[in-house]
Ligand binder design. Structure first.
Ligand code: NAD
Length: 286
């Protein structure tokens, strides 16, 4: 297939590489020309605008930081895309933005899906992402083979915007686990117990999680290169809190996690990995 790809960052770059490996023709665009050149080095085509990336594409994927970038990009995809184009936005953005994009796309004869992901940079590289898809069932079926090139768990979760709501739920759980792992490390160290074997035991028991499996060693070494930036998690907690308000529910722990992430950002850690929540909990304790 001819695939246009907009946003070749930490996630988009390896995802586009996996599409190339699977035999698709990928034309990529990013604000950073270096990122575009990397894709060309892997056998892709470089574009110097969204419009150029979209021209001739049967499928367009975007993997952008936040809602404003999608609001800027989607109208161009919709206007310059060919009829019946499949537009899959895989960025994590507000559900209401995804719903609006879907309405605009449908009115213009473009099929749109919101398909945010979980699994991090490792999942993007290994093509093992979890992909939560909102939109029409038949459009999901049309997108399935492309999405299965990028991820292992690909699930249609409901109509337009539902993918983003599931992603908001994912992010509040991930933020909560990071916060509690950080508190466990601080407790163990303050009690004179070596946290390394302590966390090894936690990882093997009921408290075990992918986060403990993948991140406990780097957290203990205080290595916080992203990964997933605090700035992006801050954006996601804002989406989760707004989604809770819109749904009329009270999520007290989500509120606390949102404040912890906000503190990490306020303390200047926005460009560090979200496991740097440990720095906030440590600072709370002197
Ligand atoms: P990133 O900042 O590394 O990449 C975003 C890319 O988009 C950058 O290369 C940037 O230059 C480009 N860009 C920004 N505005 C643009 C525009 N208008 N046109 C073209 N290119 C533009 O971010 P990322 O970590 O790859 O995250 C992308 C999305 O995926 C975010 O919504 C994030 O929340 C989500 N996500 C990230 C992870 C992760 O572990 N990094 C995991 C799951 C989901």
């Amino acid at each position: 297939m001819n695939i246009g790809f907009v946003g070749l960052g930490i996630m988009g770059s390896p995802m586009a590489a996996n599409l190339l490996k699977a035999g698709h023709a990928v034309t990529g665009y990013d604000l950073s020309t270096e990122r575009v050149e990397q894709l060309v080095g892997l056998g892709g085509k470089g574009a110097s605008s969204v419009v150029e990336a979209v021209g001739g594409a049967e499928v367009v994927i975007s993997m952008l930081p936040d809602s404003p970038q999608v609001e800027e990009t989607a109208p161009l995809v919709i206007e310059y895309g060919r009829p019946n184009l499949l537009y899959i936005d895989m960025s994590t953005i507000k559900p209401e933005t995804s719903r609006r994009v879907a309405r605009q796309a449908t009115a213009a004869g473009v099929r749109a899906l919101d398909a945010p992901v979980s699994g991090g940079e490792r999942g993007a590289i290994d093509a093992t992402l979890s992909i939560m898809v909102g939109g029409e069932q038949e459009d999901f079926e049309a997108a399935r083979s492309v999405l299965e090139t990028l991820g292992k768990t690909v699930v249609h979760v409901g109509p337009a915007g539902a993918g983003q709501t599931v992603k908001a739920a994912n992010q509040l759980v991930v933020g909560g686990i990071y916060g509690l792992v950080a508190e466990a490390i601080v407790l163990l160290e303050a009690s004179g117990v070596d946290p390394a074997p302590g966390l090894d035991v936690l990882a093997g028991g009921l408290a075990g999680s992918r986060i403990l499996d993948i991140k406990r060693h780097t957290m203990l070494k205080r290595e916080f290169a992203p990964g997933f930036r605090i700035d992006l998690h801050h954006k996601d907690m804002g989406i989760a809190v707004a989604a809770a308000r819109e749904a009329g529910v009270s999520l007290p722990l989500t509120g606390q996690v949102a404040q912890l992430v906000a503190a990490a950002k306020a303390q200047g850690h926005g460009s560090l990995d979200h496991s740097a929540l440990l720095k906030v909990v440590e600072r709370l304790n002197g």
